[in-house]
Write a protein that binds this ligand. Structure first.
Ligand code: PEP
Ligand code: MG
Length: 539
């Protein structure tokens, strides 16, 4: 069966499909006669859940450190809590009901009890007790663990994927993303590009696809379920051609990103975390132009500490061995929600309480991050930039915080190095006052994803508007030119770190505009370098 969707990232994937289910588990109440074996069924499911949690603990320990892994230990202990277990077994034996229902009812009761407590820590346990109960129910219902994608890499089918869900996936097991919803400018789309895997959105697949062989043609927007032998042969050939082209591009490794008439441009990579550095190095990027630091927060079940962040930034800086690493300070809010921030639901989250607005309001969070960044600066070449800026005052406040942090570290005898400061230009306001902002910082990095959304008044998350989200819009291009000119007048270098930077049909235009840096997904470094080397005719 052939379905159509919208391309997020090109390439061909052939493999088994797995439907990533978020469907609410419906728990039916059934009568059981043999309550003893129902209790045994519950005990076995509980043990299996503990086994899953132990594995998750080990995985998290390696990937995100002990403090973040702890939650999986806590969940194991909660599953053995006497009151919890007794409540379930009593319900089964006295009411003669099925284990699923007893677990669901106990989970709800305990969660309500925790939620009503007069203690923040205990209130937070409400979500945990629901979580462990859902895990046991899934096992009782014979569902697979959703985070666990199995042994073989799969084509992942989902309704939609939130950034907090994608961070939990084992990326080495994903051949491609195919979603029903989502938009080409969403962070899941960005993740697919970072991972260099084909991805489609707007595909109306049926759940039956689970377990079947599928083919994703990321370029043409085609998804085939249960393909014929001819189709497999055809797409295997295309896949091989793609791989051959990728091999050809490998020859550009070690070459300079310089135009035919000799202008060198900085070609950097965008990352979401420490795990992406390997592909940055493999693709020979000149540095990191956008480290989306909020992914450290998304991966965590509580505020990442200064020490945890310091370790992450230091690891990236050290691995980049003296090449520039630009850390974008926390850009939480809008589509990147983190439960423990306790942010209110907003009518217009993209225009709401997010990014620098949160950091300047909840300064303790900002300070922790800046301390970690400055401490890490000693181990490499770190720069910092602030997201969603709309005024000079915000930049002055952020700079003041940096100054405070430096003074504190100095007083404590903690070493740090010089850190370049920059502003992300991603609001029309920042563009229009870029002449003033340029006096305050060392560089500008244009975030075309948000800049396009705010300039064209088009929600980047709304798939209905994908067709008119025109990133080549003259308004956006004029803004980029204006920012370059205003930046250069004050001695600021100017780069682009939004997705548009990787659009090779515009590379020559950007060069003519005087752009100094392009920061793109690691997988786009070599294609963009290829394009730069073919370009010339500078103004
Ligand atoms: C942008 O807005 O262009 C950008 C780079 O930031 P993000 O996509 O993370 O919002
Ligand atoms: Mg942005």
């Amino acid at each position: 069966m052939k379905l159509e969707g919208k391309s997020v990232f090109g390439g061909i994937a052939i493999g088994k499909c797995k439907v990533y289910g978020k469907k609410e588990s419906f728990v039916k109440r059934n009568k059981v006669v043999d309550t003893a074996s129902e209790i045994k069924r519950f005990s076995q499911a509980k043990e299996q859940a503990k086994g899953q949690l132990a594995q998750l603990y080990e995985k998290a320990l390696k990937e995100v450190g002990e403090a973040n892994a702890m939650i999986f230990e806590v969940h194991q202990m909660m599953l053995d809590d006497l009151d919890y277990v007794e409540s379930i077994t009593n319900m089964i034996s006295t009411q003669g009901i099925n284990a699923e229902f007893a677990v669901a009812a106990t989970g709800d009761n305990f969660a309500e009890m925790f939620a009503a407590m007069d203690d923040d820590y205990m209130r937070e346990r409400a979500a945990d007790v629901k979580d462990i109960s859902n895990r046991v129910i899934s096992i009782l219902q014979g569902d697979q663990n959703q985070g666990d994608l199995g042994k073989e890499p799969v084509i992942l089918l989902a309704d939609d994927l939130a950034p907090s869900e994608t961070v939990q996936l084992d990326k080495s097991k994903v051949l491609s993303f195919v979603t029903r919803h989502g938009s080409t400018n969403s962070h899941t789309a960005i993740l697919a590009r970072t991972m260099n895997i084909p991805a489609l959105i707007g595909v109306d697949f049926h759940e039956d696809a689970d377990g079947q062989i599928g083919i994703v043609d990321g370029k043409q927007g085609i998804f085939i379920i249960d393909p014929s032998e001819e189709e497999i042969a055809h797409y295997s050939k295309l896949k091989k051609q793609d791989e051959d082209r990728a091999r050809l591009l490998q020859e550009l490794k070690g070459q300079e990103s310089v135009t035919k008439d000799g202008k060198a441009i900085q070609l950097y990579a965008n990352i979401g975390g420490v795990g992406d550095v390997a592909s940055v190095l493999a693709n020979d990027a000149g540095g990191i132009g956008l480290f989306r630091s909020e992914f450290l927060y998304l991966e965590s079940s509580d505020y990442p500490t200064e020490e945890q962040q310091f370790k992450a930034y230091r690891t990236v800086a050290e691995n980049m061995a003296g090449k520039k690493v630009i850390i974008r300070t926390l850009d939480i809010g809008a589509d990147k929600q983190v439960d423990y921030f306790g942010l209110d639901k907003e009518e217009n989250p993209a225009m709401g309480y997010r990014a620098i607005r949160i950091c300047l309001d909840r300064k303790e969070i900002f300070k922790t991050q800046l301390r970690a960044i400055y401490r890490a600066s000693y181990y490499g070449k770190i720069a910092v930039m602030f997201p969603m800026v709309i005024s000079v005052d915000e930049v002055l406040q952020a700079k003041e915080m940096c100054q405070q942090v430096k003074e504190e570290l100095k007083a404590e005898g903690v070493p740090y190095s010089q850190v370049e400061l920059g502003v992300m230009i991603e609001t029309p306001a920042a563009v229009m006052i870029s002449d003033l902002l340029a006096k305050e910082v060392d560089f500008f990095s244009i975030g075309t994803n948000d800049l396009t959304q705010y300039t064209l008044a088009i929600d980047r998350q709304n798939p209905k508007l994908d067709d008119i989200y025109d990133s080549h819009h003259e308004a956006v291009l004029r803004m980029i030119q204006m920012v370059v000119d205003n930046g250069h007048k004050e001695g600021c270098w100017v780069g682009i770190c939004g997705e548009l930077g990787a659009d090779i049909s515009l590379t020559e235009t950007f060069l003519q505009m005087g752009i100094d840096e392009l920061s793109v997904s690691p997988s786009m470094i070599l294609p963009v370098r290829d394009q730069i080397r073919k370009s010339g005719a500078l103004r």
